[in-house]
Design a binder for this molecule. Structure first.
Ligand code: S3P
Length: 429
């Protein structure tokens, strides 16, 4: 387990960096390529540990996949091309791999066993295994199928109209994927709109997807056709540098080709509402996803309330938004975010406990947190708790603390951003 020491930046962060590929889109490009007919090529793939877990699992399911850095080739042979794995499917730390793969396996007539790391073993899976069972798939696991290890025997399934209690793209995607091979029309209705990469990418692969407000539906019996997928930069990774640019004195940073899908861009809204000096330029559409360059400069910020439908649009950014809020004048309140409790760690607990060690004025609530700014932060020894986004949020805080921040278990960062510390170095003057 590695430790990284982060020092205060004395003379600002400047220059531009190319943000690594979007994690959600990279997973989907590989999974959908694996069930499509023909050879799919992917450029801009994120070679982070989570997406490599997806490649590993689909190789074990009999799909030929070549990957070199950001380029991936997947030789799809359609749904029937997946074969019974002789080995256990290990998803590592990846919730997206677990839940979306279960949706695909739900209709495959063979047996698989799914395991992951200690964090995955604590994450609730009933939110996908219950609806997939009700479609006809045979799933079991610890606590009646709520936790890994899980075993699944797919087979003939029928469509459902599912009302999800949570706004979760992983739940929505798993059910829609099973629906593609089930009899009838499968629909998912969410309480608020979660990220829609599955809908956009399925359409790119030639699938008909219907959307009506908060309901998405697909008709069973649809096949996918191989594609060339270009993955935009991950706004969830860009978020760390958007915050760094805003809070480190004398900074001006440009982040290139960042995905700005409206179901993901809540961090941009938050920065604007807080008064950040942020410019979006070179906007374009690539493969059905909007992207642009974003320039951010050191800003005078004010506290705001973050709640409601905005939460699913920035759920992964809350750890670094908490760091941002420590430097905003006044109070920032984050509510309606109880989903944070079932991420890679309980992110209400881990954000609050680690930021307190740096001297932040932050308090946990039932569904979020309250942060009082502006705080003068000090150095301390903190831990990622094995959660990549907690590790990176603490490292960004370390750029402005008086005294060094020691980030323990910093190896977790490779889950989504292997070049994170190199990018910090590249922006130092
Ligand atoms: C993801 C969906 C979100 C997000 C996760 C990636 C996806 O999770 O937090 O990092 O790729 O579909 P939920 O579906 O649990 O909200």
């Amino acid at each position: 387990m590695s430790t990284t020491i982060v020092k205060k930046v004395e003379s600002g962060l400047t220059g531009s960096i190319k943000i690594p590929g979007d994690k959600s889109i990279s997973h989907r490009a590989v999974m959908f390529g694996a069930i499509a007919n023909g050879t799919t090529t992917v450029e801009g793939f994120l070679p982070g540990e989570d997406c490599l877990s997806t490649i590993d699992c689909f190789r074990k399911l009999g799909v030929k996949i070549e990957q070199e850095e950001e380029k991936v080739t997947i030789e799809g042979k359609g749904w029937e091309g997946l074969t019974e794995p002789s080995e256990i499917l290990d998803v590592g730390n990846s919730g997206t791999t677990t839940r979306l793969m279960l949706g695909i396996l739900a209709t495959r007539p063979f047996h698989s066993v799914v395991i992951g790391d200690d964090s995955i073993a604590k994450r609730p899976m009933a939110r996908v295994t219950d609806p997939l069972r009700s479609m006809g798939s045979d799933i079991d696991g610890r606590d009646n199928g709520n936790y890994t290890p899980l075993s699944i025997r797919g087979g003939e399934t029928k469509a459902i109209a599912f009302e999800s209690k949570v706004a979760s793209a992983q739940v929505k995607s798993a059910i829609l994927l099973a629906g593609l091979q089930s009899e009838g029309v499968t629909s998912v209705t969410e309480p608020a709109l979660s990220r829609d990469h599955t809908e956009r990418m399925l359409e790119a692969y030639g699938v008909e997807v219907k959307r009506d407000g908060l309901t998405v539906s697909v008709e069973g019996g649809q096949t996918l056709t191989a594609q060339h997928i270009v993955v935009p930069g991950d706004i969830s990774s860009a978020a760390f540098f958007l915050v760094a640019g805003a809070i480190v004195p004398n900074s001006k940073i440009t982040l290139e080709a960042v995905g700005l899908n409206p179901t993901r861009s809540g961090i941009i809204d938050v920065l604007k509402q807080m008064g950040a000096d942020l410019v979006i330029h070179n906007e374009k559409m690539v493969g059905g996803e909007p992207l642009a360059d974003v320039t951010i400069s050191t800003s005078h910020l004010k506290g705001i309330e973050i709640s409601g439908d905005l939460i699913p649009r920035l759920i992964d950014e809350v750890p670094v938004i908490a760091v941002l809020a420590t430097q905003a004048e006044g109070q920032t309140v984050i509510r309606d975010a109880e989903e944070l409790k079932v991420k890679e760690t309980n992110r209400i607990d881990t954000v609050v406990s680690e930021l307190k060690k740096l001297g932040a004025n932050i308090k946990a609530t039932e569904d979020g947190m309250i942060i009082e700014g502006r705080a003068s932060l000090n150095g301390a020894s903190v831990s990622s708790h094995g959660d990549h986004r907690i590790g990176m949020a603490m490292a960004i805080a370390g750029l402005i603390t008086n005294g060094n921040v020691t980030v323990n278990r910093s190896d977790a960062i490779a889950v989504s951003y292997p070049s994170f510390f190199e990018h910090i170095e590249a922006l130092k003057k």
